[in-house]
Design a protein around this ligand. Structure first.
Ligand code: GDP
Length: 288
């Protein structure tokens, strides 16, 4: 699948992030729990060298719980702290602090050794577009917190959210772009709606999703659309069009409308909790 890209935006966002990284101790990197590998940006490891890291598997409410557990296990094996949340839910973020303490353990101990017991941990949120960065910040900041600009002249215009107990959060998230070298990454990101649908062929995307659902989540299409899964993906798309009355003006079955409907149902969790990647294996094909 061909994907158009915007190097200008990428360069600007990367430069901005490099500047912001100078101000912080901890990068809180948001991943989409449905595609934790595809939504991870390898650049950030180089950009954030020497910084503490905490991973958030966000939108966990939309992902397959068993697969999310496998991912948590994988992160733990790699010695990386990871927290699984629905960022819209304040209760899910109540236990953020212990994860931050774990991620910044060495830094906190070093500060204490050096006599900087009250030095706050400064954190920034980073992740690909639409992964939930603003939602996360708003939910975390929703609790009693004050926003202030930083010292004038030093970091002009930066806003910090003081979360109390020695934790400051930069209120502008770092935007990262995923890598598209592997076409299955592009497909996975388009399926979750992270890439604008305009640049992708939605019929192809729907066909990829159908193939995936039939093999990994059998029964889903039958349950939601009454579509018999023995058919080809194109045949199944036609069944969905029929079941949902997706017709062209001339009264023909409209596959594109059915594709939109299916993708929308998937993105909004109406097909159930579905993960597109397991540790060590992308489950979604490269576009068809
Ligand atoms: P940003 O571009 O990374 O700042 O993403 P936003 O915070 O604007 O979120 C993008 C969309 O995802 C919004 O419609 C949010 O309501 C939704 N969203 C964010 N976090 C979650 C989550 O944990 N679960 C679900 N289901 N939706 C979420």
């Amino acid at each position: 699948m061909e994907i158009q890209w915007y190097p200008g935006h990428m360069t600007k966002a990367k430069r901005q992030m490099q500047e912001d990284l100078k101000l912080i101790d901890l990068i809180i990197e948001l991943l989409d729990a449905r595609v934790p590998a595809a939504s991870r940006n390898p650049d950030i490891s180089a950009l954030g060298r020497g910084k503490s890291r905490l991973f958030i598997l966000n939108k966990a409410d939309l992902a397959d719980e068993r697969v999310t557990e496998e991912w948590e296990e994988r992160f733990r094996e790699d010695g990386v702290p990871v927290m699984t949340v629905d960022s819209r839910n304040r209760a899910d973020l109540r236990s953020l602090r212990p994860y931050i303490n774990e991620a910044c353990k060495e830094r906190i101990e070093r500060n204490i050794r050096r006599g900087f017991k009250n030095r706050p941990i400064r954190a920034m949120v980073a992740g690909i577009p639409n992964v939930g960065k603003s939602t996360f910040i708003n939910t975390v900041a929703g609790r009693a917190s004050t926003k202030t600009g930083n010292r004038p002249g030093v970091t002009k215009g930066k806003q910090w959210i003081h979360l109390g107990k020695g934790l400051d959060l930069l209120d502008t998230p770092g935007i990262l772009w995923p890598k598209f070298e592997d076409p299955s990454v592009g497909t996975a990101l388009a399926l979750i709606g992270s890439i604008s649908q305009d640049v992708l062929n939605r019929d192809e995307l729907a066909v990829a999703l159908i193939g995936f659902l039939v093999s990994q989540y059998p029964g889903t299409l039958e349950e939601h659309y009454g579509a018999e899964e023995g058919r080809t993906a194109a045949g199944l798309l036609a069944s969905i069009a029929k079941a949902r009355g997706c017709l062209t003006k001339g009264g023909e079955l409209d596959d594109s409308k059915a594709a939109d409907l299916l993708l929308d149902d998937f993105r909004n969790g109406r097909l159930g909790r579905i993960s597109l990647e397991r540790p060590g294996a992308s489950m979604i094909g490269g576009g068809r």
